[in-house]
Design a binder for this molecule. Structure first.
Ligand code: PLP
Length: 381
């Protein structure tokens, strides 16, 4: 599953000198920078529909909480976030010792792989998942077994279970999955929970959990709590709570031992005090979160209907983004859209070379996207 080496991937510049001091798996790796902005785009009105961000600012209550916590920025924070951990522990009915914080759930993805898989061991994952996982696989340098997604893009759960071998130590799924927006069913999650062996960590990335729950989807945590074997679920405040810029994610773990291992590979002062204050305020403002979920569903529907009217068949997403086969080279479509001020993404893998991913935005973003896509599809056709 090679990552696309595009203009946003910074390549190692001098492979002959300092790289000798690096572990071999770091020597040729590029660093993918998805937030890169071209010089001509600075200050211009850009429709950011490529990173699955929330188009709304954080709730006013969150902004107030950040302002009142800011004077303590001269002090180191308690990275275990005791108050927030207590709140989540109660809310999710999981012991506080089994909750660990990360600078965004992205940090925890790598950490989970680091604590579970040694070199010479193996991890199993669907072929089509969020492209950031390529970076995770590069860091751990474990053997990777990928299982093709089904023709409709969904994850082949039985295929994943069949791919588990003697050296497998980590099985990874993303639900709802990025870039497809499709979620696993209750039965599929139960199958994974029951049949993933006890020497294999079952890792469920639920970055889009709130959107799935809003659409009536299953709760992986409720299912995994009954598993006899190790598991981790990661979630985030980046999406449904509009806090991507603050970097605030968490892992729910089957035991304190796993949470502790994650703390060891992240950092003592991992989460800023303002982040803890912001998260508490966000949890205290459910109306604002509901507004985000409701407007996301409305714009997702408008995008879907609009793309259908252009003759496309968007995937049945439950999230704040939609995958669709554009019927032509995805790289070309992304570039042509970007020239028109609209940032969208490819699926990130060569295997899905004509599929694009668009995030939901404000109503005006939807209008701009549909107008430009019509132009791009017709001018190329
Ligand atoms: C599947 C998936 N997991 C994790 C993340 C990262 O979220 P965070 O902002 O918490 O690092 C994303 C972000 O787009 C994602 O799509």
């Amino acid at each position: 599953m090679p990552p696309i080496r595009d203009h946003r991937t910074l390549k190692p510049t001098d492979p002959t000198t300092d790289t000798i001091a690096l572990r071999p798996n770091f020597r040729q790796q590029g660093f993918w920078n998805p937030t890169h902005v071209f010089a001509h785009e600075r200050g211009a009105r850009i429709h950011r529909m490529d990173l699955n961000e929330c188009p709304y600012p954080p709730s006013p209550k969150v902004l107030a909480a950040i302002a009142s916590a800011a004077p303590d920025l001269n002090r180191y924070p308690d990275g275990t976030c005791p108050v927030l951990t207590g709140r989540l522990s109660e809310r999710l009915d999981i012991p506080a010792a089994q909750i660990c914080w990360g600078a965004g759930s992205t940090q925890l993805l790598t950490a989970v792989a680091q604590i579970a898989v040694d070199s010479g061991q193996e991890l199993v994952a669907p072929a089509l998942i969020w492209r950031r996982f390529c970076g995770v696989f590069d860091v751990v340098d474990a053997a990777l077994r990928t299982v093709p997604n089904r023709d409709d893009g969904s994850i082949d759960v039985q295929g994943l279970l069949n791919a588990i071998g003697n050296r497998t130590r980590l099985l990874l799924v993303v639900t709802p999955n990025n870039p497809t927006g499709l979620m696993l069913s209750h039965d599929e999650l139960s199958l994974l929970a029951e049949h993933t062996p006890q020497n294999t960590l079952l890792f469920v990335d639920e970055a889009y959990f709130e959107f799935a729950a809003y659409a009536g989807g299953p709760d992986a945590l409720d299912i995994l709590k009954h598993r006899h074997g190790p598991w981790v679920v990661t979630r985030t405040f980046s999406k449904a709570y509009a806090l991507a810029g603050l970097r605030l994610g968490y892992a729910l773990c089957s035991s304190g031992a796993i949470a502790n291992a994650l703390r060891l590979v992240t950092s003592t002062f991992n989460l800023a005090g303002v982040a803890e204050a912001a998260a508490l305020a966000a949890l205290d403002d459910p109306d604002y979160t509901q507004m985000i979920l409701r407007t996301t569903a409305i714009e997702r529907e408008r995008l879907t209907t609009g793309m259908r009217a252009l003759g496309l068949s968007p995937m049945d997403s439950v999230t704040n983004f939609i995958g669709v086969d554009a019927g032509m080279d995805a790289g070309y479509v992304v570039r042509a859209m970007r020239e028109r001020g609209i940032r969208i993404a490819t699926f990130g893998y060569e295997a899905a070379g004509t599929c694009i991913r668009v995030s939901t935005g404000l109503p005006e973003d939807t209008d701009a996207f549909l107008g430009a896509l019509k132009e791009v599809l017709t001018s190329a056709g």
